[in-house]
Design a binder for this molecule. Sequence first.
Ligand SMILES: NCCC[C@H](NC(=O)CCC(=O)O)C(=O)O
Ligand SMILES: NC(=O)OP(=O)(O)O
Length: 312
Amino acid sequence: MKHYSNLESLENFEATVDLALELKKNPFVFEELGKRKTIALVFFNNSLRTRLSTEKAARNLGMDVMVLNVSDSWNLEFGDGTVMNLDTAEHIKEATQVIAQYADIIAVRAFAGLKDKVADATEKVLNAFIKYAGVPIVNMESALSHPLQGLTDAVTIKETVTKKRPKVVLSWAPHPRALPHAVANSFVKSMKLCDVEFVITNPVGYDLDPKITKGITINHNQQEALKDADVVYVKNWSSFDDYGQVTNTDSHWMMTKEKLGHAIFMHCLPVRRNVVVEDAVLDSDQSVVIQQARNRTYAAQAVLKTLLENIT
Ligand SMILES: NCCC[C@H](NC(=O)CCC(=O)O)C(=O)O
Ligand SMILES: NC(=O)OP(=O)(O)O
């Protein structure tokens, strides 16, 4: 694996899930691997979990860590041949190569703009790093995917659910803001790689990219979809068809204790209480959201270990 840009980058998904579970038991066994190696974490957007868990993962492997919030740096230009006499002070071509002078691995977070479907699909920021930096790149949530989260979610289900071929439901929830599709996309891809019965439920007009959901049951009736679920993963996303728009805020789609039944509750966090999910769910033993956040460290560590082995 040269870069971790999406879940397909992994040569062996199942082995990586198992590696993350091993690393959770013994986090420091590879602490020599990353010695004298540096990772730069570059953020174009906010973060709590990804920022801290990726840093912790790198430190567990003996790496040095640097963090750059792009909002503290120069305004970046992405255009080709632009006459840069306006607001942008530095071109992404120089910026990526310069960061690579200080870092052996670069991890990048750059969300979808949600204004232009075609533009978001080009993964402009992630791909610029891959094209120009010349070092391995890790996706910390891009326009279309959040593969560190998708990997974590498979790890969390594997360690929590003992039932063979459990029923997993991805259930859309309302949200006041337009949110990206990345988390949902990577969860779908992750579940396609796991031995589970997988169903997606969302309102009409909120179907995810059909190229990603191909072969998966989408049920627009939430009650029907949730029947006999073992795992319920809740997430909001904005409309894909009416790209980036919030066309539905129906609170009936909020997850409740009653709807959850006997299932465990998952969410990538951050989550809006009593909008996306009611308190009674988050405050119950059925919620594994904190365990999920913990597992982010070991999923990131499995990815970084694999990348480090290829550069040493
Ligand atoms: N990285 C995990 C989720 C990040 C982002 N959520 C958010 O922006 C929530 C912000 C809010 O609730 O205002 C998303 O859905 O992709
Ligand atoms: N789940 C997740 O990626 O959280 P942050 O956005 O806080 O990093």
